[in-house]
Design a protein around this ligand. Structure first.
Ligand SMILES: [Zn+2]
Length: 416
């Protein structure tokens, strides 16, 4: 029986959330904010404190550590457990004051520093699962940072468990903490060779038991429209205004389908994100999303056709269509090594939970890792209402996430 104490992991988590690690989408440096290194340094110190000597942090704010194999078996793949240190730019992460509601009683939680911020079983039904156990919230002025310091805490608590329980057999365990995940730069400066792991798991998911092995495949598309420009005083029957053509293209897009605001679950979409231009020349930037490459190709075809038909109504105007790859569904990689997912399902069950397989309508560091040599599904930590002042987490979920890590390492050892 593997047991991790919710109170111990809560204390650890409370320590980490008080370090301001907000990342910055506008910054071009790595990490995007220096302050993220404050947590990286603290984690390194704590890893050393546990007796983990193979640990380092680098100029970019990554933390790499190894817990060496204690098994006689020589063929166990090295498994990485990964979490991100940064918090989202959407909501302040300065002076986070975490509150541990030790025996949550089921009533509304009014956050003391802004009493208009209320977490309840109405706006957050999952709270009902945590009555009579510990719940951690922020104080009303900031986010909590459970995304993803709950993942960091789970990995650290599991590391401590391995050190304190040498009878639990495992192969090489690699620990990776990344900066800048929230601004899409989590893998930008990672050194996969230094990491040296064959399979990975991010601890960056929601409800207890959830396991995500599928993300969107994502492209960008740019439609460039060339108008015909003349002196406006003598433009009759000559001038074609590219801005008006661009407006017509946007207007020709379906109103009740095929957009982020009208789709859910496994449906893909096309989404205009910006328009730039002058009368002579205008461009529309889109993001295109689907779970399959065939679906992605169909979206491009359809968008191009709508745009071409619209532009054709403006004689003299021309258009170009350019698609660019952004990231790909991790499932295409994970389907080549299904045991990376089934072992995680088994670990979740051994931790006493029901597996909830989910698909992410977005990308994760895991999708990028999967394509740079480390297949990497995403495991729950319990985080709720992320990127907001109403963010909260149940301490027993965090403990279950750490237990899942331990079981997962044991399963890889058993099966090798
Ligand atoms: Zn996250």
């Amino acid at each position: 029986m593997i047991q991790i104490s919710p109170d111990n992991i809560a204390d650890r988590f409370m320590r980490y959330v008080q370090v301001d690690t907000q990342s910055d989408p506008v910054s071009t440096s790595h990490p995007t904010t220096e302050k993220q290194k404050d947590l990286s340094r603290l984690l390194l110190k704590e890893l050393y404190g546990m007796g983990i000597t193979q640990a380092e942090t680098d100029e970019f704010g990554y933390v790499y550590a190894t817990i060496p194999s204690n098994s006689e078996k020589k063929n166990i793949p090295a498994i990485c457990f990964c979490a991100h240190v940064d918090t989202a730019p959407d909501c302040s992460g300065t002076d986070v004051k975490p509150i541990h509601h030790r025996y949550y009683d089921g009533n509304d939680i009014v956050l003391p520093d802004d009493t208009t911020q209320v977490i309840s079983t109405v706006n957050s039904p999952y709270l009902k699962n945590h009555i009579n156990s510990g719940v951690i919230t922020a104080s009303g002025l900031t986010l909590l940072g459970a995304d993803d310091k709950s993942g960091v805490a789970a990995v650290m608590e599991a590391a401590l468990f391995f050190i304190q329980n040498p009878a639990v057999k495992h192969g090489d365990i690699k620990i990776l903490f990344t900066p800048d995940e929230e601004v899409g730069q989590g893998t930008a400066k990672v050194d996969m060779k230094k990491l040296g792991a064959q399979f990975g798991y991010t601890l960056d998911g929601g409800e207890a038991g959830s396991l995500e092995d599928e993300t969107f495949s994502a492209d960008g598309a740019v439609i460039t429209i060339n108008g015909v420009i003349t002196h406006p005083g003598y433009a009759k029957d000559k001038l074609v205004n590219a801005l008006k053509v661009a407006g017509a293209v946007l207007d020709a897009l379906p109103k009740n389908e095929w957009s982020p605001e009208t789709t859910e679950k496994m449906q893909g979409f096309v989404h205009p994100v910006s328009v730039n231009g002058i009368a002579e020349k205008a461009s529309i930037q889109f993001i295109v999303r689907d779970f399959t490459l065939a679906g992605l190709a169909q979206h491009h075809e359809r968008l191009k056709k709508i745009a071409a038909e619209t532009v054709a109504r403006f004689p003299g105007a021309t258009m170009e269509y350019k698609a660019t790859e952004q990231y790909r569904n991790m499932k295409e990689v994970l389907d080549t090594c299904p045991h990376a997912v089934t072992y995680a399902e088994e670990a979740i069950q051994r931790a006493g939970l029901v597996v909830k397989k989910e698909s992410i309508r977005g990308g994760t560091d895991g999708s990028r890792f999967s394509y740079i040599g480390m297949p990497c599904p995403n495991i729950f930590t319990g985080m709720q209402n992320i990127h907001s002042k109403l963010e909260w987490i149940g301490t027993k979920d965090m403990a279950k996430a750490a237990e899942t890590i331990v079981h997962l390492a044991m399963i890889w050892e058993e099966r090798s």
